[in-house]
Design a protein around this ligand. Structure first.
Ligand code: KG4
Ligand code: ZN
Length: 347
């Protein structure tokens, strides 16, 4: 069995999976205390990870009906993420491994989101989705399209040039007066709204009007993403809204804003499928919990695998899944491993 820990942001997560990718437990403790600050406060996040981590590990072992004696491999997210937060999970996992002289796997968070697709869900009712496939990763910090040819790596075909899709959701939610993180709240608000009420950049109506110059067209036809213009468009729309009209228009604004993000993600994904000739699509990252995105991607004429919502948002089962296929370091080679905040592993 594999025990993995994920503490890259504000969720304290531990999971136990079997060596074949079957999930035994997947405990996620979300820190509620950041909402009033409108975003994650790094120092508060690390302190709360410290308070929660042992409890979360005990729960993960308990739910898996396992003890430390059953573990063959320890794993943790090494980066990217908040450095103090990462260090709590990484140090804990290294310490558990070292105490038993077990091997250790340091996992890249994005590789974890990809590897969520390799998991079998409880009871095995949904099987694993194996490479090769095209993968759309859309989270709070990253948005990318990747060609996944093997279990332990991927090639980036397109990425966001500014905000990540989740960041766009969160900033829009904030402008609409919803809490943090706002993706799910914005989705709920938009459920009763008209997605065609406002024409935001990236939306189907806006695209139908055609490009704005050669440079814009070159970008619009590529595989990269951009969400900064959308955010500004919402800001101006809100500013220009007649006094007192926001409550009556909030659901329409949320639905239209969501539609623009989803449209951008879906059109780029379709284009990447065409260009690569791939007939298999997988998805990952917190934004993949969005119902409208799941519905639209599910309609694409290829074989589509969308992990359960809890495996799309941050969790440790996906880290354990990546650990199955990544490099394992024998004791004590991993003791000096450090976390990294951005980019890729310094190893
Ligand atoms: O992957 P994730 O849990 O953490 C990061 O690695 O960033 O992604 C979090 C992001 C947040 O921006 C959150 O607002 C967004 O995923 N998100 C959603 C939904 N649920 C979470 N966005 C849109 N609709 C949702 N239902
Ligand atoms: Zn994530």
């Amino acid at each position: 069995m594999i025990l993995a820990i994920e503490t890259s942001c504000d969720d304290t997560c531990a999971a136990v999976i079997e060596n074949d990718g079957q999930i035994r437990s997947n405990v996620i403790s979300s820190q509620e205390s950041h909402g009033r600050f409108g975003g994650v406060v790094p120092e508060i996040a690390s302190r709360q990870h410290l308070e929660l981590i042992n409890l979360v590990i005990e729960q993960a072992l308990g739910q898996a009906a396992a003890t430390l004696d059953d573990l063959e491999l320890l794993a943790a997210t090494q980066g990217p993420g908040l450095i103090g937060a990462l260090l709590v999970g990484l140090s804990t996992a290294k310490a558990l491994a070292a105490a038993r002289e077990l091997p250790f796997a340091a996992v890249d968070h994005l590789q974890g989101h990809v590897a969520a697709n390799f998991l079998k869900t409880a009871g095995g009712e949904r099987g694993a989705f194996e490479p090769p496939f095209l993968c759309l990763i859309a989270s709070g910090g990253h948005t990318l399209l990747a060609s996944v040819a093997k279990h332990d790596g991927y090639e980036v075909l397109g990425r966001t040039l500014d905000d990540a899709a989740g960041e766009a959701f969160d900033k829009g939610a904030r402008m609409l007066g919803l809490g943090y993180p706002g993706g799910a709240a914005l989705e709920r608000l938009g459920a009763s709204g008209d997605p065609g009420a406002f024409s935001f950049p990236g939306s189907a109506t806006e695209r139908a009007r055609g490009g704005r110059g050669a440079q814009h067209r070159a970008f619009a036809e590529g595989l990269d993403f951009s969400f900064a213009g959308l955010k500004t468009a919402l800001l101006y729309t809100l500013r220009d809204l007649p006094e007192g009209e926001l409550p009556a228009r909030a659901a329409d604004l949320a639905a239209s804003y969501q539609a623009a993000i989803v449209e951008t993600l879906v059109t780029r994904t379709e284009r990447a499928l065409e260009r690569t000739g791939s007939e298999r699509l997988a998805v990952g990252g917190g934004v993949a919990a969005n119902g409208e995105l799941r519905r639209r991607l599910g309609e694409l004429p290829v074989s589509v695998h969308i992990p359960d919502r809890l495996l799309c948002t941050d969790n440790a089962a996906m880290i354990a899944s990546a650990a199955r296929f990544g490099e394992r370091l024998a004791y004590p080679a991993y003791l000096g491993l450090d976390a990294y905040a951005s980019g890729e592993s310094p190893r």
